[in-house]
Ligand binder design. Sequence first.
Ligand code: T4K
Length: 387
Amino acid sequence: MKNKLGYGDFSGAEKKPLFDQPLHVGRPNIGSREAFIGYVNDIFDRCWLSNNGPLVQDLERRIADKHDVKHCIAMCNGTIALEIAIRALGLEGEVIVPSYTFIATAHALSWQGITPVFADIDPDTHNLDPDSVCQMITPRTTGIIGVHLWGRPSPVEALQRIADDHDLKLLFDAAHAFGCSYKGRQIGSFGSCEVLSFHATKFFNAFEGGAILTNDDQLAETMRLMRNFGFAGLDNVIHPGTNGKMVEISAAMGLVNLDALDEVIAANQKNYQTYKNGLEDFPGVTLLEFDQAEANNYQYVVMQVDESSPVSRDRIIQALHAENVLARKYFWPGCHNMKPYRDLFPHAGLMLQNTQRVADSVIVLPTGTTVTPEMVDIIVTIIRSAK
Ligand code: T4K
């Protein structure tokens, strides 16, 4: 018996998964192909492929305006953008970060010879807990990186107060927060700077890419130099640097996708509401809410499975995977439990109990423009019938 979309059989009699093709978390949202191909033809006609080309400059201006910041410095990806921001701010020694984040936040520090020191999170928001941050400060601490996880704002005021009181630098990993606001202000202008990711799987993508947003003229100047080997002109290197440049083809994708953001938000919002309606009365399962007073991109549908659920988180994941729904356990088991950091801090878990609990409970579900509410209804049915 086929369901109404022809995805297969709910009775369990057939072995074929309900979805013929895998349903991924992070399937790219892609704007107008026609417009993209137009940009590609222009790139070929100009024969200008990289090194601060006109499309990169256009994208930077549009992103800076959208986020109401003075400077947007486009980069080849979010990780290099984080590394450049970390170096430009002169961080060294120890920097406090959440453990509950994508591994790149921690790696960007350790790759620069800086020790990431993991603080715990608030279990309700999944963002840094300011009290835990205070407990982690030592004489070697030089900075704090807050992550706006799932696009939800970090506790920006509390972190700024801690940074000011202890003479620490504060920056934000805003990889998930493109198009999100805090108290009506676009995320992007908090701390000394904020770092965006435009990876294929993000709300807004440029194939690969990232950017640093800042209102600090001097910092922006330094980061622009660092992005291009420190060149200040032909044959004139005035700063140490690396290759963090965004290519024109990425900027073209970015420009096309900027024009499609409303469509992506509408699709994400509809899917989120469908998940919410379908799971509302299911015991032990909750969806992380979005603050309706703020702008949201609804990119991550985060479901938590607690002890009162009749089925465990891992059993639900298994049931979903068996039907080709590739839900994810982001960001399990926490950075502190990944090999490079587990060896460094073997007892970190004692201080990171909320992180461990949250990491053990989360399932991130597929959404985006390639997922329809009808597909979500089927995913909900799989979750509700998991054993
Ligand atoms: N900070 C934070 C908080 C971040 O979340 C990230 C990146 C960064 C910093 C670093 O920014 P970037 O340097 O990446 O710009 C994915 C992404 O690779 C990563 O960018 C992202 N965070 C993270 C949350 O998700 P994985 O390990 O899950 O990738 P992967 O290969 O498993 O892909 C995810 C799913 O997307 C798969 O089911 C397949 C699907 N997919 C992926 C690609 C690339 C597609 O359907 N099409 C595609 O083109 O990390």
